[in-house]
Design a protein around this ligand. Sequence first.
Ligand code: EPU
Length: 424
Amino acid sequence: MSEYLYVKGGGVLEGKSVIHGAKNAVLPLLAAGLMSENGITVNDCPYISDVDTMCRLLIDIGLKIKRDGRKISVFGSPITTKIPPSHAKNMRSSMYMLGAMIARCKEVTLPLPGGCVIGARPLDIHLDGLKKMGVNVEIVNDNIYCHANTLHGADIIMKYPSVGATENLMMVASVASGKTTLINCAREPEIISLAHALRAMGARIYGDGTSVIYIEGVDKLFGSTITPIKDRIVAGTLVCAGALCGGDVIIEGGNINHIMPLKHLLENKTCDISGDEYHVRVRSRGYLRAFDVTSAPYPLFATDLQPQLLACACFSDGISNIVESVFDRRFAHAIELKKLGFDIRLNDNSCKVVGCNSHAFDMGRIRGGNLYAKDLRGGAGLLCATLKIRGDSKIFGVEYIDRGYEEIENMFCVLGAFVQRKIE
Ligand code: EPU
């Protein structure tokens, strides 16, 4: 028996969608909860499986979790520094245990993290930075063992602006003695969200959102209540679907400043994308222009929106060139979409998409079909494409989509789409 999304596409999207806290902001915040002896409360948590997995992982090591609707409180103390593999293996975000546990206990054993298969995801930048702050690192039988007698500040140059490494190093530096300078930091809004939370807990962090972050270590962190930023990738997914299907979609909670490259790629005379810090609106007739794009760290075009944008390219008026520069295997959705008749030519880390609106025989040649999501954002990209196709499709691999989208079928049904979750 497998669950799938049954999609009858071809309609426009109209209405309002409300988005919640960002997965990639909430997960490090929940982990950071264990750094404070008084615990923390995180507001506006989405109902997604990665959040459930993170809570289970924290419970595994002895933390207490209280969930009151969208509010999750993390409190108590770890009773072990060994993270069991059961949940850690399922989720890349178990990497946040490195920073949070070293900051709290100066020791952790972490099974090498799992997660969506979208390319090699080493931890060398995390581990190099930790070593500079006095952490001994050993990797034995797929486990990372880290321990430190004392943690001290350091000047750390990251060879790439890794989101997770910037976050882990910020956590450890917050309680390391002396000053830390992190150079070539990731500048994603989720970094600012974590820095804001750590400051509320008593940390002294300056420069988050720029490529150099300064941290003055403090003795300990306190409890706090934190509201994460809204999910810019969920907002961007809705923007792609709205631009592609046509209609009028208001995304309450979306921040237009967080999705500027997407706005510029999709906007044209018949597709208007507007908004401010609190909402985004897409008014589109469903005709899209071809484009060239390369995914890259923020503020450039987000890799987490590449599959959804590729779906838009499939229906555009010409040839689009899409280069994936962040991950090295993030085109599983392109292989699936080719099965429906789309003209997509893959070449290592790039692909050329010949939009079907540029063909004389137009979209009529594209039929719905059975598709298999192989990762979270790829699944969202498949759904965007099938919402546009006049016909029936089934998307399997819903468990990947559930990692990061809260009841995605309802998210689109409130906008008038026909998407049902079924089992066969
Ligand atoms: N990298 C290294 N060494 C490291 C760390 C990263 O070589 O030590 C490389 C990775 O292999 C990758 C690139 O650097 O090629 C970017 O990785 P990064 O560390 O920035 O990504 P991450 O922290 O593992 C977060 C998000 C991802 C998002 C990326 C990029 C979370 C929990 N995950 O991952 O989100 O794609 O940043 O923006 O915040 C998703 O939500 O679907 C997702 C995959």
